[in-house]
Design a protein around this ligand. Structure first.
Ligand code: NAP
Length: 346
């Protein structure tokens, strides 16, 4: 396993991060513990969670993922081996998430409530990377190609960073990160943090995969000029890039079969692009899932690629992909498909 610096922190994170959002829904506590043991054995030193996990988010299951990580962390000698990244929900309508609020927002009260609950479930005194899961601004997230301007109130960024500053000062949070952010959002956080001496976001966690390379349009420049690390999620396009759904297949127990909310991979040029990448992998004798993960890992602006698995077999395949070096021929063919079908599944 190779390691890269997280932002400007001096901390080295593994090129793969273990995603945990299936723990507590598709995966049991025992599965989750086995995945974490194996990931650490293979050199992974960062796990990614969120207060709302497992997915799909529901009142009945919320918090199970962090609790499964917590029961693993509680055994002696484990806490120092891994960095724990988790997230506080952004602006939204999860009426069941907060004690006294019908909507989730990044207010001081809600962030403080969320941190305390995450620490308790994780059975730890500190969170290594505390991420704002999505912006507090009125925004279209997880769908659509282009920025759509929506009016509405928002908590000022310096106010949000002020709350996080207190959490850093108290030792409950080591570093702060962003997620599902735009270039304007990242630069605004950086500006406020620098002008006001508030915590500087060290990372951005956005989707990045063969069928969604929109990070390269504007955000990758921020990585190079400002050293804000990309933690790339959904490297397999939620499973589609493994080829498991080709030809209308619907494997038993798969995310699509269970939850059927992956429409973004089935519209426009999405299916054509996905098929082209799978064919390309096969032409070069590669496992399509491994090619997709190796592609994300190979990008210089990706600090760590967040993988997710529902079986040990998948996890092994996915971790092995980190060592796979894609040839120039494969990379050229990938660029050609990208030119034909740019970012069909944002
Ligand atoms: N910040 C955010 O908003 C955000 C959003 C999404 C994810 N994330 C983070 O990123 C992590 C990974 O995201 P993701 O799960 O969407 O990643 P992904 O790599 O795109 O999809 C992972 C899923 O694909 C299937 N799979 C994995 N390896 C496979 C293989 N070798 N062959 C066939 N199928 C395979 C599994 O699902 P099935 O077995 O069910 O098919 C697995 O759960 C999450 O756990 C979470 O920590 C963050």
């Amino acid at each position: 396993m190779e390691y890269r610096e997280l932002g400007r922190t001096g901390l080295k994170v593994s090129r793969l991060c273990l995603g945990t959002m299936t723990f507590g829904e598709q995966n049991s506590e025992a599965d989750g513990h086995a995945q974490m043991d194996y990931a650490v054995e293979r050199g992974i030193n960062i796990f990614d969670a969120a207060e709302i996990y497992p997915v799909p988010p529901k009142a009945e299951t919320q918090g199970r993922t962090e609790a499964i990580i917590g029961s693993w962390l509680a055994a002696p000698g484990r806490r120092d081996k891994v960095m724990i990244a988790t997230k506080v929900a952004g602006r939204g309508k999860m009426t069941w998430l907060r004690r006294d609020a019908a909507k989730t927002r990044h207010s001081a009260a809600q962030i403080n409530e969320a941190v305390e609950a995450s620490l308790k479930r994780l059975k730890t005194d500190y969170i290594d990377l505390y991420q704002l899961h999505w912006p507090d601004r009125p925004m279209r997230i997880f769908e659509g190609h282009d920025y759509l301007h929506l009016e509405g109130d928002t908590h000022p960024i310096d106010e949000i960073l002020g709350v996080l500053a207190k959490l850093v000062a108290s030792g409950k949070v080591r570093f702060v990160g962003l997620s599902n952010e735009t270039p304007w959002g990242v630069m605004s956080f950086l500006k406020q943090s620098e002008q006001q001496g508030l915590p500087r976001p060290v990372s951005i966690q956005n989707a990045y995969n063969l069928v969604n390379r929109s990070f390269e349009t504007g955000l990758s420049e921020i990585f190079y000029r400002e050293q804000v690390s990309l933690l790339a999620y959904s490297p397999l396009g939620q499973g589609y890039l493994s080829g498991k759904y080709e030809g209308g297949a619907l494997p038993k127990g798969s995310r699509k079969m269970l939850f059927n909310r992956l429409g973004r991979y089935e519209q426009g040029n999405g299916p054509r692009a996905i098929s082209a990448y799978i064919e390309l992998a096969r032409k070069h004798g590669l496992d399509p899932a491994q090619m997709a993960i190796a592609f994300a890992v190979s990008r210089p602006f990706v600090t760590s690629t967040i993988i997710g698995a529902t079986s040990m077999e998948q996890l092994k395949t996915d971790i092995d992909a980190a060592a796979l070096e894609l040839s120039d021929n494969v990379l050229e063919d990938i660029e050609q498909i990208h030119l034909d079908y740019p970012n069909p599944c944002p």
